[in-house]
Design a binder for this molecule. Structure first.
Ligand SMILES: NC(=O)c1ccc[n+]([C@@H]2O[C@H](COP(=O)([O-])OP(=O)(O)OC[C@H]3O[C@@H](n4cnc5c(N)ncnc54)[C@H](OP(=O)(O)O)[C@@H]3O)[C@@H](O)[C@H]2O)c1
Length: 253
């Protein structure tokens, strides 16, 4: 193996790059040699991450937009292509949480979660894949969750969106593999981020949740990044349509 960084010359887009997992993934892709389009709804919220990547010698640009509409998704991908000169890697990561039980869940919240977590991945994925098709090469990594297979009371809308991502990933992988585009997902377990900080750090909740994680702790956001870099790299050239769990054993029960 040469001493070259694994993703040297590759151009990556990470949605929700300013968030907990998104920023760890973006830093790791940049450290592996990729130039990275950091997507955030509000430019300012990705500023610190952008500066940190540049200070570490990486290459990054900020792109903005909302993933929930075809217009927003198309614009995010177009900005990334314009800024980086093309697109080889997409990490679909922007997402929101919902903790409302089934009988109380309103239509608006249901739609908001599905529009962001599932439709957003479809729309950004489609726009990115159309771009990659021209080059005949690409890697798409969808950030799913243990909730794609495991539910808890109150996780209905979120789990439904992640279950959808499981089949979106497999279906995209099936149709895009012959075109040179590999699609896979990661399924993280429990990581403290803006998505869940409000309840994961509650001492009582923490004790109950950690009791379900065989390694006995929450994950550190940096622990998701290695799998993403691997899936984006040529080392994963024969890895198609799979999901890598990163959950400290949480789904073994
Ligand atoms: N944390 C965990 O334990 C965990 C576990 C499994 C899977 N995940 C998944 O990991 C991904 C990242 O979550 P996170 O934990 O890093 O949460 P986070 O820190 O809250 O980050 C979520 C990101 O998504 C962006 N976003 C939300 N709605 C959007 C929209 N309509 N358009 C564009 N961007 C939007 C947010 O932007 P703003 O800053 O503008 O709101 C933010 O950048 C999500 O898909 C989540 O489901 C997380």
């Amino acid at each position: 193996m040469s001493g070259e960084p694994r993703l040297k010359g590759r151009r990556a887009l990470v949605t929700g790059a300013n968030g907990g997992l998104g920023s760890a993934i973006s830093r790791a892709l940049a450290a592996a040699g990729a130039s990275v389009a950091l997507h955030a709804r509000v430019r300012e919220s990705a500023r610190e991450l952008h500066e940190a990547i540049l200070a570490a010698g990486g290459v990054a640009e900020i792109v903005t937009g909302d993933v929930r509409t075809a217009e927003g998704a198309g614009s995010i991908v177009a900005q990334a292509v314009e800024a980086l000169g093309g697109l080889d890697i997409l990490v679909n990561n922007a997402g929101i949480m919902s903790t409302v039980p089934f009988l109380d869940l309103g239509e608006d919240e249901w739609r908001e979660v599905i529009d962001t977590n599932l439709t957003g991945y479809f729309l950004v994925g489609q726009a990115a894949a159309r771009e990659m098709t021209a080059a005949g090469r690409g890697a798409i990594i969808n950030v799913s969750s243990t909730r794609q297979v495991q539910c808890w009371p109150g996780s209905l809308a979120y789990a439904s969106s992640k279950g959808g991502i499981a089949m979106l990933t497999r279906s995209m992988a099936l149709e895009l593999a012959p075109l040179g585009i590999r699609v896979n997902s990661i399924a993280p377990g429990t990581f403290v981020t803006g998505l869940n900080r409000s309840y994961l750090l509650d001492p009582e909740f923490m004790q109950r949740r950690i009791a379900t994680i065989p390694v006995g702790r929450y994950g550190e956001v940096e622990e998701v990044a290695g799998a993403v870099v691997f899936l984006a790299s040529d080392e994963a050239a024969f890895v198609v349509g799979t999901s890598i769990g990163i959950d400290g054993g949480q789904t073994l029960w």
